[in-house]
Design a protein around this ligand. Sequence first.
Ligand code: Z5A
Length: 211
Amino acid sequence: MTRGKLITIEGIEGAGKSTALQFIQDYLVKAGVEVVLTREPGGTDVSEAIRKLLLHSTASEGIAPETELLLMFASRAQHISQCIEPTLSAGKWVVSDRYVDASYAYQGGGRGIAMDKISLLDKMIVDGLYPDLTFLLDVPADLGIARAEKRGTQKDRIEQEKTDFFVRVRNVYLERAKADPERIRLIDATLGLGLVQDQVRRILDEFIRKK
Ligand code: Z5A
């Protein structure tokens, strides 16, 4: 059986990942691909329990940056072993709303944890299971924050960070895209929905043709 492909979507909050995820799913289903949508942190019962702690903990002691990093990777370890790997092995495709690039961007860029520490966990947990294709939906921090605020939902623990935090997160995402342009495809997500989807469609067309 041919192994499935792993596609991930990244970007700062409000970049339009949820909207793009739906579009990608519809595109792949129309192309005859069996696809499983998932997300990080989360994607399995245990990983979703860790997500709850990460995003909604109200403990007065807070969550230390290193704890946050380890919880992200704990959630990912479970997600890989219980969802991503078995799904790919069954020949289905996985589309994940965030994955390991987010740990470099948020815990490395946002929280300032040394990249070599993140890289160690990456080697241990991801162990080379890198996405075949990553969409980086790029918007400046203030636009992403404004879009997310317009949605009117309550902000989680990480969303409550200041603009500077998201500027640093975005910069790391852009650096990673520059270092690996074959895998990480940059999408100008400041444009209207139709134009964002045109960019995503073109890349998917090319990806499916080559697969
Ligand atoms: N995190 C981490 O720190 N480390 C890690 O390793 C991982 C994650 C894996 C959970 O992510 C948090 O975990 C996240 C990073 C951290 N924290 N933050 N911030 P999440 O993905 O669940 O949460 P999120 O990033 O906050 O997602 P979001 O706010 O839902 O963003 P989105 O999905 O990209 O946005 P959207 O809901 O699709 O769009 C936002 C609004 O803009 C919505 O009203 C849309 O209708 C509108 N929109 C979308 N596209 C457009 C365009 N093109 N034009 C105009 N308006 C648009």
